[in-house]
Design a protein around this ligand. Structure first.
Ligand SMILES: NC(=O)c1ccc[n+]([C@@H]2O[C@H](COP(=O)([O-])OP(=O)(O)OC[C@H]3O[C@@H](n4cnc5c(N)ncnc54)[C@H](O)[C@@H]3O)[C@@H](O)[C@H]2O)c1
Length: 403
C-alpha cells in the first residue's frame, strides 16, 4: 500500500504512471456524458473484450447506462507495485465497477490475456454459472502483440506502409509545446504484414465466437461486433493501406465468415467502423496525432463525436431502436461525422502546410495533448494533484444482488 503525491512521468507519447483519482474522474465524466434512459425489461447479457479503455469502455458504459446490460468485461491491466502505479485501465476498471454496482448492474471484470484459451475457459465458465447465454459480444481489443494459443508463437504487430516507404508530417510535443516533425516509415515485409494480421485481424474474434457457440452460450438474438477503422485518405498510406489496414480487412472478412460458417443463422456478426479517437492504441500510430489535431480544428468541439456519443449510437442500432446504418460492405458506420466530404476537404487544406495550420490554430494540438494526458489520469479538470493518493487499488470483485 502506498499513499503518496505523484507527478506524471512522460516521455513523448508514453506516460509510464497513472493517477487513480484522475482516471476515476475521466470515467465519471464519460458516464455523466451519456444520457440515461430507463431500459426496462430483461437485462441483456454482454461480454465486452477490451473493457478498460477507448471504445470498449465507452460501449460498456453506454450499455450499462441506457440498456441495463449485465455480464463480463475483460481487459489486461497491471496492478502496479511499491514503485509503480497501476495502469490507467486498472484504475478505470475500479471506477467502472463502482458505477455499475451503484446502477444495480451485475458485472464481473476479468483481468487476463483475452487471447489465451485459459481466459476463454474462465470467462465461459463464469458466463455459464452466473449470466447464461450472451446477447452481445463486443470485440474491442487493441494490442501490440498476441500469443497464438495453438502454437505458443508470439506475433508482434507493426504500423508500417505496404509496398512503398511513407514520409509524413507528424506532431511532436516538447515540454507540452506542439511542433511539426517528420516521420519516415519503411514498407513492411511480408512476415510483418502477416504478424499484424495475426494480432489485429479476426482470428481471435472467431475463436471467441466459436467458443461461445460450442458452449451453447449464444443468446437467441446473438449479435457480435468488432471495432474497425477506415479513416481519411490522408492517413491511408500508414493506416488503411498499411499493415493495420490489412488486419482490418481480415477482421471484416472474418465477420462474413462468422455469419456464413460459424453462426449460420444463429446470430449476427458485424464490424463497426468508428471515427478517430484519442486512445492509447491510436496515439501509437505515426501521423494520426497530427491528423486528429487538424480534424479537431476543422470540426470544433460541437462537431466532434466522442467515443461515448458513438457508443450510444451503436447501441441504438444494435437494439433496433433505429435502423442499422450499413455500408455497401455490410459494416456498421459510426464515422460519417469524420469522413464527410466538407470536413475532409478542410483537413486536407490544413495538411498542405501543417506548421502554419498549428500556428494559426493551436487549439487542436492542445486539445490532443490534454486528451492524451487524460488517458493516464493527468490534467483532468477538478482533480487536485497536490493531494496524496492511494495508488494501490484492489481489482473489483462482483458485488450485486446475484453474488
Ligand atoms: N482509437 C481510434 O481512433 C479507433 C478508431 C476506430 C476504431 N478503433 C478500433 O477500436 C478497437 C479498440 O481500440 P481503442 O483505440 O479503443 O484501444 P485502447 O488502447 O483504448 O483499448 C484497448 C483495450 O484492449 C485491452 N487489451 C489489450 N490487450 C489485451 C489482451 N491481451 N487481453 C485482454 N485485453 C486486452 C486493453 O486492456 C484495453 O481495454 C480497435 O479495434 C481499434 O482499431 C479505434
Amino acid at each position: 500500500m502506498s499513499t503518496q503525491k505523484i507527478t506524471p512521468k512522460q516521455r513523448g507519447y508514453l506516460i509510464v504512471n497513472s493517477h487513480p483519482t484522475g482516471c476515476e474522474a475521466t470515467v465519471e465524466r464519460l458516464w455523466q456524458s451519456i444520457e440515461p434512459v430507463d431500459a426496462g425489461g430483461r437485462a441483456p447479457v454482454a461480454l465486452v473484450l477490451g473493457s478498460s479503455a477507448g471504445y470498449g469502455l465507452s460501449i460498456l458504459l453506454a450499455g450499462l447506462r441506457r440498456h441495463g446490460i449485465r455480464g463480463v468485461g475483460v481487459s489486461y491491466e497491471n496492478a502496479g507495485n511499491e514503485r509503480r502505479t497501476a495502469t490507467a485501465g486498472w484504475y478505470r476498471t475500479a471506477a467502472t465497477a463502482r458505477l455499475a454496482a451503484d446502477a444495480g448492474a451485475d458485472f464481473t471484470f476479468v483481468n487476463a490475456d483475452a487471447y489465451a484459451d485459459t481466459t476463454r475457459t474462465e470467462v465461459l465458465e463464469l458466463l455459464a454459472e452466473r449470466y447464461g447465454p450472451v446477447d452481445y459480444l463486443i470485440y474491442s481489443l487493441a494490442s501490440p502483440r498476441r500469443t497464438d494459443p495453438a502454437t505458443g508463437e508470439v506475433h508482434h504487430s507493426v504500423i508500417k506502409p505496404i509496398g512503398e516507404a511513407y514520409t509524413s508530417p507528424s506532431l511532436v510535443f516538447e515540454d507540452g509545446a506542439a511542433t511539426v516533425g517528420t516521420v519516415e516509415l519503411a514498407p513492411a515485409d511480408e512476415p510483418e504484414r502477416a504478424a499484424t494480421v495475426q494480432v489485429m485481424g479476426g482470428t481471435d474474434w472467431r475463436l471467441w465466437v466459436q467458443a461461445l457457440t460450442g458452449a451453447g452460450l449464444l443468446g437467441q438474438d446473438f449479435t457480435t461486433v468488432a471495432l474497425s477503422y477506415v479513416g481519411s485518405e490522408i492517413t491511408a498510406p500508414v493506416y488503411r493501406r498499411g499493415t493495420i489496414g490489412a488486419a482490418k480487412e481480415h477482421l471484416e472478412a472474418t465477420a462474413h465468415g462468422l455469419n456464413t460458417e460459424v453462426l449460420a443463422g444463429r446470430g449476427r456478426a458485424f464490424t463497426v467502423v468508428a471515427g478517430a479517437a484519442v486512445t492509447q492504441a491510436s496515439t501509437a500510430i505515426p501521423s494520426i496525432a497530427l491528423y486528429t489535431s487538424l480534424l479537431r480544428n476543422s470540426l470544433g468541439a460541437q462537431g466532434w463525436r466522442t467515443t461515448g456519443d458513438q457508443a450510444v449510437d451503436l447501441w441504438e442500432q444494435l437494439t433496433g431502436a433505429r435502423p442499422l446504418d450499413l455500408d455497401e460492405k455490410g459494416r456498421i458506420r459510426l464515422d460519417g461525422w469524420e469522413l464527410a466530404q466538407s470536413v475532409q476537404d478542410r483537413v486536407r487544406k490544413l495538411w498542405e502546410d501543417p506548421a502554419a495550420a498549428l500556428a494559426d490554430a493551436p487549439a487542436g494540438p492542445t486539445w490532443f495533448h490534454d486528451q492524451f494526458r487524460e488517458l493516464y489520469g493527468w490534467d483532468v479538470p477538478g482533480v487536485d494533484y497536490q493531494v496524496p493518493v492511494e495508488t494501490s487499488v484492489p481489482w473489483p470483485v462482483a458485488v450485486s444482488a446475484a453474488s
